[in-house]
Structures are given as C-alpha cells and as structure tokens.
Design a protein around this ligand. Structure first.
Ligand SMILES: [Zn+2]
Ligand SMILES: [Zn+2]
Length: 398
C-alpha cells in the first residue's frame, strides 16, 4: 500500500496554491459559482476526466474510472461557494468583489479535491469509479440537497460518499472526526397563538394568547429536560416574539407569534423536537381557549458519519499524516453542514482537517470572519487524504 502524503505531492503545491488563490480572489456566492465551476470543469476535462455540469445550476461532477475492473463507486465532495462578507485581508489574493469572501475555506476544499483528481487521473490505479462532486451553495442554501433533488445519485450512483472541511485553531494538517453524529441539525420552528384578544381591563370577556405564549415559552425547556434522553443533547431557543403594538398596551392582542431554533444530533431527537413542540403548543393553547398554527421547518439535518466509513477515513488520515495526528473521537460540533443531506442518502464520512493554530499567521482566524484565509500548506495534505481514501475504498479488494 502506498502512503500518499503531502511530501509525495510536494511538486503540486505551487500549482495548487495558485489555483486556490485565484478562486479566493474571485469569490462567488450560492448558485452563482459560474467562474469557479468553469475553472473546475476546465481542469477536470484537461486531465481527461469526464465532466457533467448543471446540477443545482453550477454543480460539477467529474467521473473517473479506474484502469482495473470494479463495480464500486465512491463520491468525493467539495463545496465551491463563498460568503456575503467584506474581506479585511490586504494580501494580493484578497477578494476583488465587495461583500463577497471565501471566509469558510471552500476555495481550499475545491482545490484539494482538484489536486487529488489530477493525480488520480494521471495514475488511475484503482478498481471502480470515482465521482468528484463539486457542489454550489453550501452556506445556508442547501446546494447538496438541490443536487440530490436534481438526480445526483441517480445519474452518478455512489456506494459511499466522503466530505472534508478545514478547521482553524486545530494544528495544520491534523485530522479530526467521530463516528455517528458529528454536526447538529439546524431547524426553525414557528408558533402562532390565536385568541380573541380584547380590552386589557376585561380579560374575562375573551381569550388571551399572550398568557398562552408565556406558558408555552416556559414549557419548551421541559421538552429538553423531560423528553430528550439525558444521554443525548438538544437545544431549543426562542429567537423572535411578536404581538400587539407599542401604542396599545391596554389591548390584549389576538395573535402572538413565537419563533425559534432547534438543534439536535440525531434523526430521532430531531423528530422528537418537531413532534413535542407541536403537542406542547397545542395543549397549552387549548387550555387557554386559543388556537395555534404550528410549523417546523427542517433546514439542515444532523450530520451522521457511518461507522465503517469513519474507520476508513481515520485510516486514510493516518496514512496521510500518521495516526498520532488523527483525533478519531472529536467532540460533536454545534454548526450545521449540508453534506449531511448526502449522508442521509449514502453511507460515508465527513472529516475536519486542521487549518492551523495560533502559530500560523492565518490559522487563528476562524471561519466566517473577515481576516480568515485558507492555509495553502494543507492543500497537498488534503489531496493526499483523498487519494488514500480512494486507495482504501477502491483498492485490490474492491
Ligand atoms: Zn461556512
Ligand atoms: Zn464551510
């Protein structure tokens, strides 16, 4: 077995750095990654990789068959989109677009996968098929979900899928992953309590949705304390309340809107939150003689790594940087990630690669901040990790 490492790919680093910085200079946000996807498609095609475009508008899928026969198919995924943020860096590759910035490192993710694609196309010494999936709109718009809805896995069947994200504050090129739930589901809920309202001096003549809403807000935390198993975790927070008007404190409003967020780490707990919020709202509304309209908006599902692919990811990371630099039991992360949509459909694993800690000039700047930059030193490390994944998934035994 070959140990693909950043040293082995050292000759590619200058090239990959140039690609990464070019993408960084020209950030494009959700579903508008025209220039970026053109670069990706051109590069893939120039290396002899079959290119498909147009899924979720700007999505690109490159397909590469190994030179040895094999039925197994794997999807390797990178995201391409930038954020709506004004960059405050003054280096040469800083964003040339106002209020757009690669502040999450997706420029680096795209480049790492390109780096692997080039190497694998040059030496397709594997058995099976790789689909290189370059997706748009990871940041809040669910580009992965749209690609799936538009037939990603029908057109490009994948037995397993893998994803990767950089992590600032974690040593450059180290890896972190955990089996099972790794990132939270992020959902929004909304309750609209409706009563008659009425004169503030004559509450007995009507029904009061403000009292109902107050009881509901208190009861919501009982769902966490009494319905979610103590060994699991979830968060329910109220973030928006609206009722009445400022000029009419003597009027009992007829409607109170209460909205909030729900975070959970398993499909079961997520479903539990959705159901119990509705039941609690309904019960309290009924007790207060009111009605309630309840909605739960499923946004991003929890990101759940499958055990077997996590094991393979750990092995691939260990081949890349040594087992001592791989944290295989990292704590769950409260953020959400739309690769979770792919992991709902296919077994797979999502790993974090360290972007560097405080010792790095940029490593200490966290994602989604105006001074962030992807660490070019890890480009070849990430590309090597992808190659090790391919070797483990599509090696001789495949
Ligand atoms: Zn982000
Ligand atoms: Zn990101």
């Amino acid at each position: 077995m070959t140990r693909f490492t950043s040293d082995l790919l050292a000759a590619d680093l200058a090239d990959l750095t140039a690609i990464r910085r070019d993408i960084h200079r020209h950030p494009e946000t959700a579903f508008e990654e025209e220039r970026t996807s053109q670069i990706v498609a051109d590069k893939l095609a120039s290396w002899g990789i079959e290119v498909h475009r147009g899924l979720a508008k700007t999505g690109v899928v490159g397909t590469l068959k190994g030179k040895r026969p094999g039925q197994k198919t794997i999807g390797l995924r990178a995201d391409m989109d930038a954020l709506h943020l004004q960059e405050k860096n003054d280096f040469e590759h800083a964003s040339v677009h106002a209020n757009k910035m690669h502040a999450c490192g997706h420029d680096g993710h795209t480049t790492m996968l390109l780096g692997a694609a080039r190497q694998l196309a040059a030496t397709p010494d594997f058995a099976g098929t790789i689909h290189f999936i370059f997706q748009p709109a990871e940041e809040g718009e669910g580009g992965a979900r749209v690609m799936i809805e538009e037939g990603l896995f029908d057109k490009f069947p994948c037995d397993v899928v893998y994803g990767m994200h950089n992590m600032p504050g974690f040593p450059a090129g180290h890896f972190a992953i955990r089996p099972g739930p790794m990132m939270a589901a992020s959902d929004t809920w909304e309750t609209r309590f409706k009563g008659t309202g009425g004169h503030g001096a004559l509450p007995h003549r009507g029904t009061d949705p403000t009292l109902v809403a107050a009881q509901f807000i208190t009861a919501v935390q009982g769902i966490i304390g009494r319905n979610v198993p103590a060994t699991q975790t979830a968060v329910l927070s109220v973030g928006h309340i609206a009722a009445g008007t400022f000029g009419s404190p003597n009027v009992i409003p007829s409607e109170v809107l209460v909205r909030g967020t729900a975070r959970s780490y398993s499909p079961d707990v997520r479903t539990l939150l959705e159901r119990r919020l509705g039941e609690v709202a309904q019960g309290i509304a009924q007790a207060g003689g009111c009605e309630v309209d309840y909605k739960f908006f499923r946004r991003y599902p929890p990101l759940v790594n499958s055990a077997e692919q996590t094991r393979i990811a750990v092995e691939a990371a260990a081949l890349t940087v040594g087992r001592e630099h791989v944290d295989a039991e990292t704590p769950p992360i409260t953020g959400a990630e739309d690769f979770a949509f792919m992991l709902e459909k296919k077994p797979g694993a999502y790993i974090m690669i360290g972007n560097g800690g405080d010792e790095e000039p940029r490593g200490c700047h966290h994602v989604h901040t105006p001074l962030y930059d992807f660490n070019d030193r890890i480009l070849t490390t990430g590309a090597a990790y992808w190659m090790n994944i391919v070797q483990l998934e599509l090696g001789d035994a495949a």
